[in-house]
Design a protein around this ligand. Structure first.
Ligand SMILES: C[S@@+](CC[C@H](N)C(=O)[O-])C[C@H]1O[C@@H](n2cnc3c(N)ncnc32)[C@H](O)[C@@H]1O
Length: 203
């Protein structure tokens, strides 16, 4: 089964499955990611959430700044996009992170939570995230990372994700190198425990 079909089939139960991942493995990285995003969100900015899933981040952001934000959600999976239909005044793109239908340097802030590791061509996806971000804009990324985790539950969750086939565990150094190859200004890794990494990139 392709990852696309796999995600389509888990869409109805995704929030429950993902909550378990956050509880036992990725929670600290998610908090670091959300903290970075909320610090950068301002009314009237253009924001794109790549691999938006069921729109959880979008709901939190609109609660924070109201609808005075130009928010676009992108996902390859229509089953996920259809779960965001309750969010008013947003744009939706049914597309992939590797081929984002956008002009260059369009967005002030690009977010990508737990989706980079699901892309077939991660290098191309990273180049796309950088291409569509305005000079001096930011990209916030959180992803499953191939890093040592001490806790038993973290290791068990990692095994579960690998067996389910819903994502890879990316080498953080390789992701950072790929971002540097795209000539970004700076990359900050927000410290967190667990098999995950949060990056804040200044383009
Ligand atoms: C683990 S979920 C993360 C969802 C959401 N960002 C969150 O934090 O809950 C991964 C999402 O990425 C989407 N996805 C998978 N491959 C993708 C690709 N190549 N481009 C864009 N989205 C993709 C899936 O359909 C799914 O919605």
């Amino acid at each position: 089964m392709t990852i696309h079909k796999l995600y389509g089939s888990i869409a109805p139960n995704y929030d429950k499955l993902h909550a378990r991942w956050l509880k036992y493995a990725g929670g600290e990285a998610q908090c670091a990611f959300e903290g970075a995003v909320y610090a950068l969100v301002k009314p009237s900015i253009k924001l794109l959430d790549v691999g938006c899933g069921t729109g959880t981040l979008a709901r939190k952001i609109t609660k924070l700044v109201g609808s005075d934000i130009d928010l676009t959600l992108l996902d390859t999976c229509s089953e996920f996009l259809s779960r965001t239909l309750d969010i008013p005044n947003i744009h939706r793109l049914h597309s992939s992170a590797e081929f984002i239908p956008s002009t260059d340097q369009k967005y002030d802030l690009v977010t990508c939570a737990w989706a980079l590791e699901t892309t077939r061509n991660t290098t191309k996806a990273i180049a796309e995230l950088v291409r569509i971000t305005k000079p001096d804009g930011h990209i916030c990324i959180v992803f499953c990372a191939d890093k040592c985790c001490s806790g038993l539950t973290g290791r068990a969750m990692r095994t579960a994700v690998s067996l389910r086939g819903t994502g890879k565990f990316l080498d953080p150094e390789l992701v950072i190198k790929t971002l540097h190859d795209c000539a970004v200004k700076s990359i900050r890794q927000v410290p967190c425990n667990g098999p995950a990494v949060t990056l804040v990139v200044n383009v």
